[in-house]
Design a protein around this ligand. Structure first.
Ligand SMILES: Nc1nc2c(ncn2[C@@H]2O[C@H](COP(=O)(O)OP(=O)(O)OP(=O)(O)O)[C@@H](O)[C@H]2O)c(=O)[nH]1
Ligand SMILES: [Mg+2]
Length: 495
């Protein structure tokens, strides 16, 4: 049941906060004898040993005894040792607050400690060394959450959401991950699995009965409407994946256009900072520059690029090659037209070259609307015989149209990623979950298809079982060491 390296209940410890200088740092420890081991390096061992679960103890961490063999009392030695544990005269490492949790009422389900010590690498290093000397080992990535899973505190969907929560870039992404952590996805998957088990049970029963009767049971699928309902809900879950990825990982937005169109000015306005150099010299931006922004909760990696034009300048050409690479990977293209120069033949050519198969249609922006208003039609005819392309009037200089632009960008990303017709199912956010849901849906679909064609139930039952197993794998009811290791090794240490 356990992956190589993971497993067991031996005492583990890890820094749970980022390394570096800070007011406080948090070190987590968990496992068999965690409280007794920690007590041996604590100024008031009995307080730790007797502490009830969910309580906080104040005291000092001391150098482990083994290191004190011949050394006399060091500067800062503990002079007020308590009744037992041999704490007198030992060097103090730090003054700490220790949160004590007792099994099974802890994150991991084991005896657990959260040590809040002073921040800074020297303190953390010394505390971790003391913990190692008393018998804790450094935890593997995600090992605390792995133990929570093994001890039945979390299913796999919730365990994965812990990592999603840690890496959420915006409030909306965090909200979606918390929804999964609270078990919304787990409940949906378990429900679907139960329903599919019901269909399978009905099928096997009919199969047994037909075998007794001497036929192979080719008379349609028992509980067919149930199987259809399961398939529909599985498809809705699969469709939620793109939207969840969008909120979790974000999208790439690229600002492109001719030199001097105002791309860098727009970039600075959207990132709300003077990041990119703005001058009236065409060809100012050579190398692209990027920043993350939040678009109504969608994390957007926004890139300002070198202006596109026919130029013999080698450096500019290299810059434009990079612009094109970014454009090829973009989820959203903001094409900026210089209102003062008007829509030029060069703009038309670049826009045509951007509209390859699969490329997202760009948002066309008429910039410098403060100086020159956009064409009265509010649209541009890019190709004769095609529908005019809508224009959004903006001024990177005054901010006019910026709010409408952000709303249009958000709507475009949501439209492109939302499931058709929308749905209210809890979303799935990991590729692992998506693969298993697709597998389960394909199996149920094939089962229905075979039933339609009057195929015998003994061909259909294994497909239903495949679906049941795939759903069990999502929550971790069916799991192998490899799956668990793949899930938990992606976590950060201390989680
Ligand atoms: N009136 C007006 N001027 C603008 C506006 N946006 C940009 N400009 C001016 O246009 C000039 C070029 O602006 P940039 O933002 O550097 O243009 P760019 O597209 O990044 O240019 P390159 O980096 O050379 O490709 C600067 O003088 C800006 O002040 C606008 O909305 N209105
Ligand atoms: Mg620029």
């Amino acid at each position: 049941m356990t992956g190589a390296g993971y497993g067991g209940a031996d005492p583990i410890a890890a820094l749970a906060t980022p390394p570096g200088e800070s007011a406080l740092a948090q070190i987590r420890a968990s496992g068999e004898n965690a409280l007794e081991l920690f007590a041996s390096i604590f100024s008031s061992p009995e307080k730790i040993k007797k502490a009830p679960g969910n309580s906080v103890v104040h005291g000092r961490i001391l150098k482990p005894v083994r290191r004190e063999v011949s050394a006399g009392p060091a500067a800062g030695a503990c002079s007020s040792g308590t009744s037992s544990g041999g704490t007198e005269g030992r060097e103090i490492i730090d003054e700490v607050l220790v949160s004590v949790f007792r099994a099974p009422r802890s994150y991991t389900g084991e005896d657990c400690l959260d040590i809040s010590c002073h921040g800074g690498s020297a303190v953390v290093k010394a505390v971790m060394e003391a913990l190692r000397e008393t018998g804790f080992r450094d935890s593997l990535p995600g090992e605390f959450t792995f133990r929570a899973f093994i001890n039945g505190k979390l299913d796999l969907t919730r365990a994965e959401s812990v990592m999603e929560l840690v890496s959420a870039k915006t409030g909306a992404g965090r909200g979606r991950a918390v929804n999964r952590l609270s078990g919304a996805l787990e409940v949906e998957i378990r429900e679907l699995r139960d329903l599919l088990v019901q269909v399978l049970a009905g099928t096997e029963l009919r199969l047994d009965y037909s075998e007794d009767e001497g036929d192979a049971g080719g008379e349609g699928l028992p509980d067919r409407p149930l199987a259809e309902a399961v398939l529909e809900r599985l498809q809705a879950l699969a469709a939620s994946y793109r939207m969840e990825r969008l909120y979790q990982e974000g999208a790439l937005g690229v600002i492109a256009g001719r030199p001097n169109a105002g791309k860098s000015s727009l970039f600075n306005r959207l990132v709300k900072e003077d990041r990119s150099i703005v001058t009236d010299i065409p060809g100012t931006t050579r190398d692209w520059i990027e920043a993350w922004i939040s678009l109504g909760g969608i994390p957007l990696r926004l890139a300002d690029t070198a202006g596109l034009r026919d130029s013999p300048d080698e450096v500019e050409q290299l810059g434009m090659a990079r612009s094109r690479e970014l454009l090829a990977a973009a989820d959203l293209v903001l094409y900026v037209i210089d209102g003062c120069a008007g829509f030029t033949g060069e703009d038309r050519r670049f826009l045509e070259s951007l509209s390859g198969p699969g490329a997202p249609p760009p948002l066309l922006l008429w910039n410098k609307a403060d100086a020159v208003p956009p064409p009265a039609e509010g649209a541009l005819l890019l190709k004769p015989g095609t529908a005019p392309f809508p224009l959004l009037a903006i001024s990177a200089k005054t901010g006019e149209g910026a709010a409408a632009l952000c709303a249009a960008m958000t709507a475009l990303l949501e439209d492109r990623n939302s499931p058709e017709g929308g749905n209210n199912t809890p979303g799935i956010a990991s590729a692992r979950q998506k693969g298993l849901i697709d597998g389960a849906a394909a199996a149920v679909e094939e089962a229905l298809d075979l039933a339609d064609r009057g195929e015998p139930l003994d061909l259909i039952a294994p497909l239903l079982r495949e679906g049941v197993n795939a759903l069990g794998e999502i929550t971790g009811e069916v799991s192998t060491a490899d799956i668990l290791e793949a899930v938990f090794s992606r976590f950060c240490v201390g989680k």
